[in-house]
Design a protein around this ligand. Sequence first.
Ligand SMILES: [Zn+2]
Length: 358
Amino acid sequence: MKWSVSIGKIFGINFRIHVTFFLLLFFIFTSVANQRGTQSALLAVLFICAVFVCVLIHEVGHSLIGRRFGKEAKSITLLPIGGVATMEEMPEKPAQEMAMAIVGPLINLVIAGVLLLFVGRWTGIRAPSLYPDSASTFFAELIGVNIMLALFNLIPAFPMDGGRVLRGVLATKMNYVAATSLAVQIGQTLAMLFIFFGIFFNWWLALIGLFLYIGAGSEKQHVMLRSYLHQVPVSEAMTTEFRSVRPDEALSRALEHFYHGCQDDFPVIGETGVEGILTRDRILASIHEKGLNVLVRDVMDRNFATVESRMPLDEVYRRLSSSHKTAVAVVDGGQIKGMVCLDGISRYFMVQTALKHN
Ligand SMILES: [Zn+2]
């Protein structure tokens, strides 16, 4: 995610903090300092940091369970609204998805329980505010926040954990796509109720409803796309008319192809077959750094993926999005057959959807 800084690795997962978090801290510090003085402001900042640590432990919980099923988060970015994990893919086995989703809210309940055992006995739980005025209310409010985090995440609507739990439950009774559809329907109905009541009683509730409504829709679209692409072989969506370049050519030669066609990514074909891929980003960066006389072999992407023409398209989609690449070469028995790029896949999907509604 852009605009975020790395804070190091925990259990091998790269953690990042989004800059908006620091802006939030600054905003809270200045506004509380104006009203109640520096000491209260420092306590408020400390409180927000403590809440963030709780969110972080919640996310680590998801990731560690995910790792057990071989679905690991590459990195987790903490935003003021919570954590966003960059996953290669979510588990599609119902029991795994349920376990992975439920662990987050459970962790917040455990944190609340542990805090209650140690410090809550003499304070009682307090509704969270930004202004804990002493150490005892600080922990009482932290307990309140953790209970709220657990309940909020258990709302049965995507993208909340509760939505995933609901889909997991439904998926034990029906197939994954149907379960997603139904879970999205339930989530969106709930979101509409939030929006409706929110408009009359509380704007925050309406905003959350809107967020849930959009989140549910995009989850459905994503699952539909994946399941559709699963039935289509790579050969259907690959381009067979493409230009290639040689590794010993100068970049200036490759540039001519770049000008004269709409192709962005070029397979580099040497004596042993495909040796690399020359992407648009590489072409532009290399011209800037090394000039035009550099050889293609010195600037091409050697760490490229290839696929076979009979592979399902969703596999290509998964490989491209997890490696942040834009195109793969289609190679059958050492021979290049075509190229598939992300744009090509979405173009193919758009055409097929248009044909269906015709
Ligand atoms: Zn969660």
